[in-house]
Design a protein. Structure first.
Length: 205
């Protein structure tokens, strides 16, 4: 009885998300929130983003619980938190998030479109009373330059914020941010190998 009710509950959630997804995505794609295109990223920049955030992005179906260092939130899930939840509650909402990402968002939105949404919508902290969202906004807010003008070091500094945008805030928590950047650079150079999926901060010495 309980299992049947849970199955019905989650089925309704997924079906509702599938119905909403095309409208959600189209609205964003037609908005002024899309400031960057995929071709604005160099191959190296995109490789860094994927390596740090979601190494198997183009292979998995919205869920990745195995890749060392990937963490439990894929790029698709990060977007789904924003699009389908008014206030995401860790723990209680995680099953819904995973199901929506797997059976609604990932099935209906091509991977390149997901990536396009991510580079323009990723949350990169609060600063001066406003949310900073997307790499273009972050470049202008934190470095006073356009995304295309960023150095590789500045780009990595933004990527390093994604896991904990306010905990590793480039302006508000400079020491924590510098430590995170150091760890990310060690990982990118192959000097640190994540121990397991949850080792997303590369701090298991």
């Amino acid at each position: 009885m309980v299992l049947s009710l849970l199955t019905l509950y989650y089925t309704v959630i997924v079906l509702k998300a599938r119905d909403e997804t095309p409208r959600i995505v189209q609205k964003v794609l037609e908005s002024d929130r899309i400031k960057l295109q995929l071709e604005d990223f160099t191959e190296r920049q995109m490789g860094i983003l994927l390596s740090v955030q979601d190494p198997r992005f183009y292979e998995h179906k919205g869920i990745d619980l195995q890749t060392p260092g990937a963490g439990k939130t894929t790029l698709a899930q990060g977007l789904c938190k924003f699009y389908y939840f008014d206030e995401f509650k860790r723990g209680i909402d995680k099953p819904k998030l995973m199901l929506i990402a797997r059976f609604a968002f990932n099935e209906l939105v091509p991977k390149d479109t997901q990536m396009l949404l991510f580079i323009n919508e990723v949350y990169l902290g609060h600063y001066n009373g406003k949310q900073v969202k997307g790499f273009e906004d972050a470049a202008q807010t934190y470095f006073d330059k356009s995304f295309k003008e960023l150095t590789l070091e500045e780009y990595i500094a933004l990527v390093a914020m994604i896991r904990m945008p306010n905990g590793h805030h480039i302006k508000k928590k400079p020491q924590e941010h510098q430590l995170r950047v150091m760890r990310v650079n060690r990982f990118l150079k192959g000097e640190y190998v994540p121990k397991d999926n949850s080792d997303q901060f590369y701090d298991r010495e």
